[in-house]
Unconditional design. Structure first.
Length: 196
């Protein structure tokens, strides 16, 4: 009896790692799934490339790519070298931006740019008065400068507190002191084509 207890104590007192017999382990199987997934991915890649070539080979899409997408890519390659916001706006919008900045500069010098709603004449008005100025739409004008502007064809045009005119070959800034004068100015601007 003592002998059996000693054997049990010896067996439980020092645990030995159990190694499975070589016959018990199954052989490793190769996974053919990985090769199949790689082949499927390659086939999908080739199909995608062929689809893009066909898509951009169709005449309207080819024109769209060359006239809309590629110019943006060319601009990006040039502009990524110069990240100054003012220079990029000037490069992109050119004379429209200069015009908007000059107009805004007038109000910034006066210190009231934040309180202005400026009535802008249409581009055709300036051309009729001998000035080659393209007037950006109010949303673009605000984007470029932060100055609130409005066109004469807007139902809110009567809320303008300043208006811009052509005077002596340059720009004239007038504040609204008389509503009748503002209404007459709006009517005069409406005689010209107002367009983007």
């Amino acid at each position: 009896m003592k002998k059996k207890k000693a054997e049990r104590a010896a067996a439980t007192g020092s645990p030995q790692p159990v190694h499975p017999s070589p016959a018990a382990t199954p052989p490793k199987q190769q996974n053919p799934q990985g090769a199949t997934n790689g082949f499927k991915a390659f086939i999908l890649l080739v199909a995608a490339v062929i689809s893009l070539l066909i898509f951009f080979g169709i005449e309207p899409n080819k024109i769209w790519l060359s006239q809309r997408i590629m110019p943006y890519w060319e601009d990006f390659k040039e502009q990524k070298l110069n990240l100054d916001l003012e220079e990029r706006k000037l490069s992109r919008y050119q004379t429209d931006y200069l015009f908007a900045k000059n107009v805004t500069g007038f109000f910034e010098k006066r210190g009231n740019a934040g309180n202005v709603l400026l009535l802008l004449p249409p581009t055709d008005y300036f051309k009729a008065n001998g000035l080659e100025i393209h007037v950006p739409e109010p949303a673009v004008f605000y984007y470029m400068t932060g100055l609130k502007t409005i066109w004469a064809n807007s139902p809110e045009a009567g809320k303008a507190n300043w208006y811009l005119t052509a005077k002596n070959g340059g720009l004239g800034f007038d504040s609204v002191t008389n509503q009748q004068v503002l209404q007459d100015t709006i009517a005069a601007f409406k005689k010209y084509n107002i367009s983007l």
